[in-house]
Design a protein around this ligand. Structure first.
Ligand code: ATP
Ligand code: MG
Length: 298
């Protein structure tokens, strides 16, 4: 298990990480989301030991992370770093060996991941001649090629075409199912929602929400659409736990705070006449994110 415990990191006036704590368990896909400059990359660099925190620590299986352990981690850095003149397969073999694989195993793993990520036809191409998305695939293969015990991937989906997104999603699920904790950042919230067991939302260096999407949802309440065509204006204004969002074509959209009993709302709607619809809409991760982070903040 990976544990990030109270990590803080300051750059001048900027608190890039402010007492960030979370864990990623074996077999868990953890999605790290937050606006530009929120602190995702800095946190991941601390996990990988690329950046030394001012406070806090990172533990793997209960122990501080040392160099030999770190070598077994798989990392996709934000600043992609491949050797531009090296051929794809040579690059992957080299990196696998660098992480301790013997020659045969390195070749097998390189062939495997090149094929898996759709790079077979480019195996002998120099990296610098590949398109952006294909370079990204090589970079991903590089993070996977030494069979890492932990995956830390900084925006692994960026630049990939839709089919490659599907392949990578499948690969991450597989790795997780094999017991590997997977931590990745992404701005594609629909993808994070679909893929992740838990998510962490970071804002201005602080982890402002952390948990499964369903748990975050439970804490956020819901939107209720009531189709009561004869209801007069203001019918829901005094109901406890309720805020009227808008009224359109006889449909009233209400914000219902968590833990609010919806039956008095239904009774109030019925008191105005027929009720043709009464539907709870649970927020998507994108909506939760906007709620938590608000607009116009770092
Ligand atoms: N090496 C550095 N020197 C100075 N400031 C830095 C450095 N690295 C990060 N920062 C600052 O720390 C804050 C967090 O940056 P970080 O790269 O962690 O954000 P992020 O969440 O990864 O953003 P993005 O979504 O844009 O990748 C930003 O204000 C950034 O400018
Ligand atoms: Mg970043």
């Amino acid at each position: 298990m990976l544990e990030v415990d109270g990590v803080s990191k300051r750059y001048g006036d900027v608190l890039a990480c402010d007492d960030v704590s979370f864990g990623v368990r074996p077999g868990e896909l953890f999605g790290f989301v937050g606006g530009n400059g929120a602190g995702k990359t800095t946190t991941m660099r601390v996990v990988l030991g690329v950046v030394t925190p001012d406070a806090g620590s990172v533990r793997w299986s209960g122990h501080p992370v040392d160099h030999p352990t770190r070598r077994r981690f798989g990392y996709l850095p934000e600043e992609r770093g491949l050797y531009p003149r090296m051929r794809v397969l040579d690059q992957l073999v080299y990196l696998a060996e660098l992480h301790g694989a013997d020659v045969n195993a390195a070749h097998r793993a390189a062939e495997h991941w090149a094929a898996r990520l759709g790079l077979r036809e480019h195996r002998d191409t120099e990296v610098q001649r590949l398109s952006l998305g294909n370079q990204q695939r090589v970079q991903l293969a590089a993070a996977l090629v030494h069979d890492p015990v932990l995956l830390v991937l900084d925006e692994p989906f960026s630049g990939l075409d839709p089919l490659a997104v599907d392949v990578l999603a499948e690969v991450l699920r597989e790795r997780a199912a094999a017991g590997v904790p997977v931590l990745f950042s992404s701005h594609q919230l629909d993808l994070v929602e679909r893929l992740c067991d838990r998510v962490g939302i970071i804002q201005a260096g602080r982890l402002v929400a952390c948990g499964s999407v369903s748990r975050l949802r439970a804490g956020a309440g819901s939107t209720l659409v009531v189709d009561a065509p004869l209801a007069p204006a203001g019918w829901a204004d005094r109901l406890p736990g309720v805020t009227v969002l808008d009224v359109h074509n006889g449909q009233t959209r209400l914000r219902v705070r968590p833990g609010t009993d919806d039956q008095p709302i239904l009774a109030a709607a019925l008191a105005t006449g027929p009720v043709r619809g009464f539907t709870h809409h649970h927020p998507s991760l994108a909506e939760l994110y906007r709620d938590v982070v608000g607009v116009g903040s770092r």
